[in-house]
Design a protein around this ligand. Structure first.
Ligand code: MN
Ligand code: MN
Length: 470
C-alpha cells in the first residue's frame, strides 16, 4: 500500500496555511505547559468565538438550542465544549477527545531542603519518563499554591528571558564509571531528581526580619529561598502542602529542521492533538450532529481522579446540556452516549531511522504522511486497547478520502515491543464507536518531542471533516 507524503499535494496557498497553523500551535505550546494553563487559554479563545459557560446557562436557567455553543470547566484542569447540532442529542454526538496533561516532574508536598549550602526541591515524577532525560536541562516551575484563606497564587518561574531557570544535576562522566554500568531505569533514580534552586545564605539582618527563620538559622540558604518566595508570591513553607507545582522544560517550542518542516517542544503529547481538536470544533459553522471537544487531565497516570476521563464529568455535562435543551431523561442520555462517535485524539510513535528495530515498517506512522488512524493500541496482544470496529473505520476512510485528508494507519511499535494506551477505551464503555486518531511524535515523553507540521495540519482538517460528516 502506498502512502504519499502530504507535502507533495500542497500548492503555495495551502503551504502558507500549513505553516500559519503550525505557528499558532507553536505559540500555544510555548505558553501553555500545564493542564491549567491550557484550560485558561482554551476558555479565552472559546469565549471570543461566542462560547458560553455552561455553569452560567444552568444558573440563569437559559435554554439551549441548535447552533448554541457552551463550555464546561472541570476544576480548572479539564474542559468540555459543545457546539449543538440540528439533530436531537439522543441521536448521538461527534466527539473529539484529547488530554492536556503531559509527563513532567512534580514537587512533593514537603519539597524544600538544604544540603551543604544548596537549596533543593524534592520531586515525584508524573507519567512515564526516561528519568535520565530530565537532567542537565533548564527547567521552569509552573503551578498554583492554594492558601488557607482560599486565595490561589499562580506561579511561573523560568519562562521570561529575564527569569532564572532551575534544573536537575547529573554525575560528571569523569566519575560515572559505576553509573554507566547500570540499567537505563537505574542510571538516574526517582529520588535523584531533586531540583537545585539556590545557594546564597540569608543575610543576618534579613534573618531578623523573619522571626521564624531565626529558628532555622543553620539552614540559611533555604531561609533565603523562603524569603524570596514570601516577597514575590506571599507564600510560606507550609503553603507547599496545598500546592501543585510542575517542573517542565523552560523556554519556547522551536521550528525544527533546516527546512522548518517540524516543531520541537515540550508537551506535544497530547497538546498536538488537543489544539487541533479544539480548533476544528471552534471552526465549525453549522452542524447536523452536536460536536463535542473533550480536553481531559490525568491521562498520563491512568485517567484517574476527578479531572481524569474515568470521572463522570463528561456524562454529567451531557446530561446538563440535554436538560437545558428540555431533552433530558436517563434513557435519552444513555442513547445519546451509545449513538455517539468519537475520535480519541492522541499521539502515536513516528518512525525513527535511528531506531528501526522498534517498529514494523508496514504498520508504523511516518512524518509528513498525515493524520494517523490507530485501530488499536495496548500491549501484549492488544491488552487494554479499544480495537475500533471495521465498519467505523470504513466510514472514516470514506470521510477522509472524500475530503482529501492525508491519513495513514499505524500501531505503536512491533508486536511484543511495548505499547501504550489512550482514553479511547473509557468512552467505548458507553458502547459508542471510538477510534484512536492523531499525530505521530518522535521522542515521545522526552523533555523535547518532535512533530511534523504537515501531520498537524492534516489532523486538524481530518478532525473538522469528522465533526461535519460523521
Ligand atoms: Mn497521549
Ligand atoms: Mn503519553
Amino acid at each position: 500500500m502506498e502512502n504519499k507524503t502530504a507535502w507533495d499535494k500542497y500548492g503555495e496557498k495551502e503551504l502558507k496555511k500549513v505553516h500559519k497553523f503550525a505557528e499558532e500551535y507553536r505559540c500555544f505550546l510555548s505558553e501553555c505547559k500545564t493542564e491549567r494553563e491550557c484550560v485558561r487559554r482554551f476558555k479565552e479563545l472559546a469565549e471570543k468565538q461566542g462560547y458560553e459557560d455552561l455553569a452560567d446557562v444552568i444558573r440563569e436557567k437559559k435554554t439551549l438550542k441548535a447552533g448554541d455553543k457552551v463550555y464546561a470547566i472541570n476544576r480548572g484542569k479539564g474542559m468540555i465544549l459543545f457546539h449543538i447540532g440540528e439533530e436531537s442529542l439522543e441521536k448521538g454526538m461527534n466527539i473529539l477527545g484529547a488530554h492536556i496533561d503531559s509527563p513532567r516532574i512534580d514537587l512533593k508536598q514537603n519539597p524544600l531542603y538544604e544540603d551543604t549550602g544548596l537549596a533543593l526541591l524534592d520531586t515525584h515524577y508524573y507519567g512515564g519518563i526516561k528519568k535520565y532525560q530530565w537532567v542537565t536541562t533548564p527547567l521552569a516551575l509552573h503551578g498554583v499554591v492554594a492558601l488557607k484563606n482560599g486565595e490561589v497564587v499562580d506561579i511561573v518561574i523560568g519562562e521570561k528571558d529575564t527569569d532564572p531557570v532551575v534544573g536537575i544535576s547529573d554525575l560528571l562522566i569523569h566519575l560515572a564509571s559505576e553509573q554507566m554500568e547500570k540499567k537505563g531505569n537505574k542510571i538516574v533514580e526517582g529520588e535523584a531528581l531533586d531540583i537545585l534552586v539556590g545557594s546564597i545564605p540569608v543575610k543576618s539582618d534579613d534573618k531578623d526580619k523573619h522571626d521564624k527563620e531565626k529558628d532555622v538559622c543553620k539552614e540559611k540558604v533555604k531561609a533565603n529561598i523562603l524569603r524570596i518566595l514570601k516577597e514575590k508570591y506571599g507564600i510560606s513553607e507550609e503553603d507547599f502542602i496545598s500546592a501543585e507545582i510542575e517542573a517542565v522544560p523552560a523556554g519556547s517550542a522551536r521550528n525544527y529542521g533546516i527546512d522548518e518542516s517540524m516543531i520541537i517542544g515540550y508537551g506535544h503529547d497530547d497538546r498536538v492533538c488537543a489544539y487541533p481538536s479544539f480548533d476544528a470544533l471552534i471552526e465549525t459553522k453549522k452542524l447536523k450532529k452536536t460536536g463535542v471537544c473533550i480536553l481531559v487531565d490525568k491521562e498520563e497516570i491512568g485517567s484517574v481522579g476527578a479531572t481524569g476521563m474515568h470521572s463522570k464529568f463528561f456524562e454529567n455535562m451531557v446530561a446538563e446540556v440535554m436538560d437545558r435543551m428540555g431533552e433530558y431523561s436517563e434513557l435519552k442520555l444513555r442513547r445519546a452516549l451509545y449513538n455517539s462517535k468519537m475520535l480519541s485524539s492522541d499521539v502515536t510513535a513516528a518512525y525513527d531511522p535511528n531506531y528501526p528495530s522498534a517498529s514494523e515498517k508496514k504498520n508504523t506512522a511516518y512524518f509528513g504522511r498525515g493524520m494517523v488512524l490507530m485501530k488499536y493500541t495496548g500491549s501484549r496482544g492488544k491488552s487494554g486497547s479499544n480495537d475500533a470496529s471495521a465498519e467505523f473505520i470504513g466510514e472514516l476512510r470514506k470521510i477522509m478520502d472524500e475530503n482529501k485528508v492525508n491519513y495513514q494507519t499505524s500501531e505503536l511499535g512491533k508486536v511484543d515491543q511495548g505499547g501504550g494506551g489512550t482514553i479511547a477505551y473509557i468512552l467505548a464503555n458507553y458502547g459508542m464507536d471510538v477510534m484512536d486518531c492523531g499525530v505521530a511524535v518522535q521522542n515521545m515523553h522526552a523533555p523535547y518531542e518532535v512533530i511534523s507540521k504537515a501531520d498537524l495540519y492534516e489532523t486538524k482538517c481530518g478532525y473538522k471533516v469528522f465533526l461535519e460528516n460523521a
